[in-house]
Design a protein around this ligand. Structure first.
Ligand SMILES: C[S@@+](CC[C@H](N)C(=O)[O-])C[C@H]1O[C@@H](n2cnc3c(N)ncnc32)[C@H](O)[C@@H]1O
Length: 335
């Protein structure tokens, strides 16, 4: 069991709120929240690489050319015939073919596998003579990585020298790190260690009920965002969601919103009591609020709510579950 906290409205007491809702979470042994993939948004596939979405990482190490004298070589883009020099203060982190004692693949292998990303593709500068290059270095108009004390200055002459950096592709499918766990505090604040889902307050739940019923048909309904984000974190698109204390059917709306958002096919069962009492024997929350909310959302044209795919039935609570059938207590259906 675990509890998560979400903030509710402030009581205005010395500007300090200790007014929180607690969500108690019980789980079966294998259950896990989904969490969130770290920086998944950084991945895309602009070049339709068949290996899938990728991002690019630097191909540099924090060593100068003086510390790594053999790492001043150019990386060549065969497509454009442009040569890319290393940053003299952060030389290439990969070796080249022929280097002794290579522990990783040389850049030529990475280029063959189309793993190199050439930034500012096609942009270059050319120095036809060494004198021209030295003059440019002297008047500070040269390529930003050109320096008079580089040991390979002759190699700079007569080539197209790339203006951008070279980076290496990293594919989403190769990621092995774990997702960010869900924070126990539901306030929308994300840290390096965990993500927090942003959920509304009870006042939001009351507004949502008013929007559907034009009145406060139910006291203290949960905000849809709270249930929706918990369902998002805990279900797969074909799961069945059971709310045995459905009340105003916030859970039903949450599932309909989520299905609409991600095209999922989650189903739900909402169970609730009538709340009838001796003083109010005709009260029937289940019929008038739980079922009615689902009916109204399903009839809505708002694309925010997925249509119910398999119909809707409302059953008398006193019947055993195996008495399905038109004569055995189904009160009505939506279609
Ligand atoms: C706290 S409310 C649920 C609120 C709901 N999450 C919402 O946002 O509207 C609990 C509901 O469970 C119903 N309930 C209580 N005892 C029940 C029972 N034995 N079987 C089914 N429902 C019951 C109550 O009538 C009440 O509507």
């Amino acid at each position: 069991m675990k509890s998560t906290i979400s903030r509710t409205r402030s009581p205005g007491w010395i500007n300090y709120s200790k007014d929180h809702d607690f969500v108690l979470v019980y789980r079966k042994p294998k259950f896990e929240f989904h969490g969130t993939d770290k920086n998944r948004n950084d991945y895309s596939n602009a070049d339709n690489d068949e290996r899938g979405d990728w991002t690019d990482d630097p191909l540099q190490q924090p060593k100068t050319f003086k510390q790594r004298g053999n790492a001043v070589y150019f990386i060549h883009d065969p497509e454009t015939d442009i040569y890319y020099p290393p940053n003299p203060n952060r030389v290439w982190s990969v070796g080249q073919r022929g280097d002794k004692g290579l522990s990783e693949r040389p850049w030529e292998d990475l280029a063959d596998d189309k793993l190199l990303v050439f930034k500012k593709k096609g942009q270059f500068v050319r120095y036809d003579t060494k004198a021209e290059l030295l003059a440019a270095i002297d008047d500070k108009t040269a390529h930003k990585f050109a320096r008079a004390d580089l040991p390979n200055l002759d190699d700079w002459v007569g080539k197209k020298i790339g203006l951008g950096s070279v980076r290496i592709k990293k594919f989403l499918k190769d990621r092995t790190d774990n997702p960010n766990p869900l924070s126990s505090l539901l306030d929308g604040i994300t840290t390096d260690e965990s993500i927090s889902i942003e959920v509304g307050k009870t006042t939001e739940g009351t507004r949502e009920i008013r929007a559907i019923f034009s009145e406060s048909a139910f006291d203290y309904p949960k905000p849809v965002s709270l249930i929706r984000e918990l369902v998002r974190q805990s279900t797969s698109p074909n799961d069945l969601v059971l709310d045995f204390f459905a009340g105003s059917a916030t859970t039903a709306q949450a599932v309909m919103e989520l299905n609409s958002e991600d095209g999922g096919d989650r189903r739900f069962i909402m169970v609730s009591s009538s709340e009838a009492t001796d003083d109010d024997p005709d009260k029937n929350i289940c019929r008038d609020v739980t079922a009615e909310r689902v009916r109204r959302l399903n009839a809505s044209d708002d694309k925010k709510y997925a249509d119910l795919a398999a119909g809707f039935v409302r059953s008398s609570s006193t019947l055993p579950l195996n008495t399905h059938g038109p004569d055995n207590g189904f009160i009505d259906s939506i279609r």
